[in-house]
Ligand binder design. Structure first.
Ligand SMILES: [Zn+2]
Length: 511
């Protein structure tokens, strides 16, 4: 990537250097790879033309899968997917600077708890590195970059596949080329996922059309190597080349990611029960005679390991040995691989066993995580309707969630003596809208339990049941108002009309 920076600064002179570098690579063992890439460049409009381009701007619309496919109704591979609508999208590639700014408006195509996920807010993201490999033009230019290491050439379903590793990259990438047209048909790269380990994405290019002498695809579709999940369906509705500077968007500053370690806070809730939380997510840790049990492996590796470490310091001689996973959604299982790396038994509703097993058995060779560094087999204990963990000191009841439209394969847990309920996604004091607000009361009634306190995974920590229900009702009222105003504005949105208040399903209005 260094060369490209120089190229951007020195212009033509550096282009000559790049070409010399390319010839050197040809002299080595990557001749056939380079040859295939140069044929692709010729087919797309000629290498000189492509390398002379400054900017490429595309606009369009599409749908993106929610949570890589880990946010569906259940973890079943046949569960209905959840999608995000992407509209008013514009992607501006600074080709010589090897960066892009991606702007879009998006909204969830399902009921969601925050306005930011429903109101088609405008976003802008600065992209670089592997994020530019999902379009054939920057991918091909990167493959032909003098600093890129070319690998072998293979075939796949009739396509010529060239392996390449950009300078500084931790994993190889691939470009698939049509042997007749020589146009790129796909690109492929690997990234690290907290839920899925090494995750390979293939971007498919279809509907090539000539734009000012350059062949560019109107159809962009992405697919994961997990469950062959389609992750993006995008249709380009315009391309522009070398756009005048005054028409270009500002490039946002690169985000400086804070590297502060996740700090877990342990708060005593009752004797032998603590709420162990990182920021606004966490859950209880419960002491038994010879071990500790934790609720939820939320957020990610650092967050979950911080909670386990904090819990292990609570009672001398007792360690966390099991984690109860409320449901499979990828935020709630972000620390699952980390938990298994510590040998924790995983307890969840039986319907989640398949997806949990998939998450835990995927390799993380290119982007090693805690589980790759400390492999452990999955020990899974299923909950059908009820599972009781009990010894002489403690009784913890784990129940299958009922009447919850967000997550039918979910569990919550209850300490009958301490009258403490713990749950994920029944609610959150910070939610703005609530579309399944009847679930808390429904589960309390269904199991005949009498909690005084609720500890939600999302939130500040323990709250009284009254306070939790009051928060829910306020959010239900806000959701009803959201439905009213969007309908009045001529837009009918997912989840409307609201079907529940805190006491159960609302009365139907004949229609
Ligand atoms: Zn959640």
């Amino acid at each position: 990537m260094k060369v490209s920076t120089i190229r951007a600064m020195l212009g033509l002179l550096a282009v000559v250097c790049t070409m010399l570098g390319g010839s050197a690579a040809t002299a080595q063992d990557s001749g056939s790879a380079r040859n295939a890439l140069e044929q692709a460049a010729e087919a797309m409009g000629g290498l000189d033309r492509l390398e002379a381009l400054d900017t490429l701007v595309l606009t369009g619309f599409g749908q993106r899968v929610y949570y890589q496919g880990g946010g569906f109704l259940t973890g079943d591979p046949k569960a209905p997917p959840k999608w995000q609508a992407v509209v008013d999208a514009q992607r501006t590639f600074d080709l010589k600077g090897e960066r892009a700014v991606y702007q879009e408006r998006w909204a969830q195509e399902f009921p969601f708890a925050g306005f930011f996920g429903l109101n088609f807010a405008r976003n802008a993201t600065l992209q670089g590195g592997a994020a530019l490999l999902d379009h054939p033009l920057p991918a091909l230019l990167e493959a032909l970059d003098a600093e890129t290491r070319l690998g072998g050439v293979s075939t796949e379903s009739g396509a010529i596949v060239v392996e390449f590793t950009p300078a500084g990259a931790s994993s190889p990438a691939w470009l698939g080329i049509d042997p007749r047209t020589h146009l790129p048909v796909f690109s492929r790269w690997i990234s690290g996922s907290v839920n899925l380990g090494d995750l390979t994405t293939t971007a498919w290019f279809t509907g090539y059309t000539p734009v000012q002498g350059v062949q560019l695809p109107l159809g962009l579709m992405q697919q994961l190597d997990w469950r062959e999940q389609i992750s993006l369906m995008f249709q380009v509705d315009s391309y522009r080349l070398d756009v005048a500077a005054e028409q270009l968007p500002a490039f946002p500053r690169a985000l400086v990611v804070s590297v502060a370690p996740a700090a877990a806070q342990a708060t005593k809730v009752a004797d032998g029960v603590w709420d162990v939380r990182v920021g606004t997510a966490g859950g209880p840790v419960i002491e038994f005679a010879d071990r500790l049990v934790m609720f939820e492996a939320y957020g990610g590796e650092a967050q979950t390991l911080a909670r386990i470490d904090a819990a292990n310091a609570l009672v001398p001689g007792k360690q966390v040995q099991a984690v109860i996973v409320s449901h499979h959604h990828f935020d709630h299982t972000g620390g699952l691989r980390a938990a298994v790396s510590r040998g924790l038994e995983v307890i969840s509703q039986r319907g989640n066993e398949g997806i949990i097993r998939e998450m835990v058995t995927r390799p993380a060779a290119y982007y090693p995580d805690a589980l790759a560094r400390s492999p452990h087999p999955l020990v899974f204990t299923p909950v059908d309707d009820t599972l009781v963990l009990e010894d002489a000191t403690r009784r913890l009841e784990i129940y299958r969630v009922v009447e919850h439209a967000h997550m039918p394969d979910a569990v919550f847990a209850y300490l009958p003596k301490e009258r403490i309920m713990m749950e994920g996604d029944f609610g959150d004091e910070a939610w703005q809208l609530h579309f399944w607000g009847g679930a808390l009361a429904a589960n309390i009634a269904h199991y005949g339990i009498a909690p005084l306190t609720d500890v939600a995974v999302h939130g500040s920590g323990p709250l009284s049941i009254e306070q939790t229900l009051a928060n829910d009702q306020k959010q239900i009222d806000a959701a009803k108002e959201w439905c009213r105003t969007t309908e009045a504005g001529g837009r009918y949105v997912f989840g409307c009309p609201v079907q529940y208040d805190t006491t159960g399903p609302v009365a139907l209005e004949p229609r």
